[in-house]
Write a protein that binds this ligand. Structure first.
Ligand code: MN
Ligand code: MN
Length: 261
């Protein structure tokens, strides 16, 4: 019955602007179980709690505790979904994932490229995870969608690592490339316009709609083998609307994973 490992990382030590994302994992779980909604995904699958091999939420003492925790929770048969936490967690999570499962392509949905070589003196800042992943050669391909904050430095980093960047400006579903290998999805909630997701730390107007992100998930036509949902900051949310959106994405990502199992 269990088919997907679920883990939470209650961690915001690497957030540059404000804290709060450490509070997200239990609240996303609460929204997923909310009596205001049901467990159905839009493809008709019922995403009941029994499909998750739930490892609970980690409060990491140190950054790389995230890697150890993920390594202990992963197994060969199951896919994995991680609830963040700030975006710094994606590097240690993906490192453990890569060790067991080998390189896959990454689809990264975000307002930010998170490609800084270092940010405010920290190479593991939430502004840096994809620079670390690319340096270590952990993925076969990195496609970024929703980007609208490309600094000169990050343009250079994207060129250096051959990152495929699809900006928010002019975005349409047709601009997405075709994937050919299994895929890992890293979803930063600030990719959405703050009108749809006010519960985030970095407001960057001009973002994607909830529907656009759902469409991106639903049109994935290769096996989706891992995912994370990060940067939900409950301290900024309004009526849990961003929490409910995270829960919706949790169900839709799970449904997409189950399609290829
Ligand atoms: Mn990010
Ligand atoms: Mn972001």
């Amino acid at each position: 019955m269990q088919k997907i490992v679920l883990q939470g990382i209650a961690y915001d030590d690497k957030s540059s602007f404000m804290k709060g994302t450490a509070q997200a994992p239990p609240l996303i779980r609460e929204c997923y179980h909310s009596a205001s909604a049901n467990y159905y995904a839009e493809n008709g699958m019922e995403i009941i709690p029994g499909i998750f091999n739930d490892s609970g939420d980690l409060n990491p003492g140190e950054y790389f505790d995230v890697e150890t925790f993920t390594r202990n929770n992963l197994n060969k048969q199951f896919n994995i979904i991680t609830l963040g936490g700030d975006h710094s967690i994606t590097f240690p999570v993906f490192r453990a994932f890569h060790e067991l499962k080998g390189p896959v392509d990454i689809l990264h949905i975000d307002a930010h490229a998170d490609l800084y070589d270092e940010f405010e003196g920290d190479r593991y800042s939430h502004a840096c995870p994809f620079a670390r992943i690319m340096e270590e050669g952990l993925c076969s391909r990195l496609v970024q969608v929703g980007i609208r904050t490309m600094t000169r430095h990050q343009q250079e980093q994207a060129a250096k690592f051959s990152v495929e960047v699809i900006p928010a400006a002019g975005f349409s579903q047709a601009s997405l490339p075709e994937f050919k290998t299994p895929l890992y999805l890293s979803l930063d909630m600030d990719a959405l316009d703050p009108a749809y997701a006010p519960g985030i730390s970095h407001y960057e107007p001009g973002g994607l709609t909830s529907r656009q992100v759902l469409d991106i998930i639903q049109q994935i036509n290769v096996p989706l083998v891992g995912a994370d949902i990060v940067e939900y900051n409950p301290t900024r949310d309004i009526n849990r609307m961003t929490g409910m959106l995270c829960a919706k994405f949790l169900k839709e990502i799970s449904a997409k994973m189950l399609e290829s199992i």
